[in-house]
Design a protein around this ligand. Sequence first.
Ligand code: ZN
Ligand code: FE
Length: 261
Amino acid sequence: MRIHAVPVLTDNYVWLIEGDQRQCAVVDLGATEPVLAKIAELGLIPQAILLTHHHADHTQGIAAFRAHYPVPVYGPSTEAQTWVTNPQVDGAVIDLPHMGSFEVWLTPGHTRGHITFITDGAAFTGDTLFTAGCGRLFEGTAAQMLASLDRIATLPDATYIYCGHEYTADNLRFAQFVEPDNQSIARRAAQMTPMRLRGEPSVPATLAEEKQTNPFLRIRTPLLRQAIEKFAHQYLSDAQAFGVLRRWKDEFDGLPPLSFK
Ligand code: ZN
Ligand code: FE
């Protein structure tokens, strides 16, 4: 299995999963043309679309793509029903010949019905777990997102995290701000500019690296927890600490805080 990145829109990634006989599956479809071009360039034959959630930057390329390749769309069973042809519930397994099997995990938080696709050595996390960050809480609660990230964190450390956006450099600025003494974060942040100047995606990253550098996977580490509780002026449960960290980042990014429970 080989995985190719197709950058689309401002900072979205469409992922092409290549099988051993030129089959491919497409993960999310925020745009059509660049994906069709990459498929033609690689000589791939699309077999399926895997959709993580309903937002436009992940779905608006689907209709035009399916006019060229009328393949099934495996996606959430509780959202995105305009596009999903094969709704998937938590724990379902999708077998794609020559590409492997993909387990579906319901990972709510960013949206209520967001799903993550898990295959051998890779997780397609959409806007749930980002490299060095996590999605905004648009529909779900902090407790839901924390549970989703905790579950993804049970995967083997060598698992590669393929997320929906190129946000790593921005996310690391916040990570450095909340964990100024974390050398792993500092090292990772220093790699970002040269990497992006070479035109390389900063995605995927291993789960091991995420555990060292992603504050949203680290709310139980004492120093970060102290920083969060200092920001909130009180002791917090795990879910509360997670929610405060998420709101802190929303403010850090210059956006008004989102309400959270
Ligand atoms: Zn989204
Ligand atoms: Fe998105």
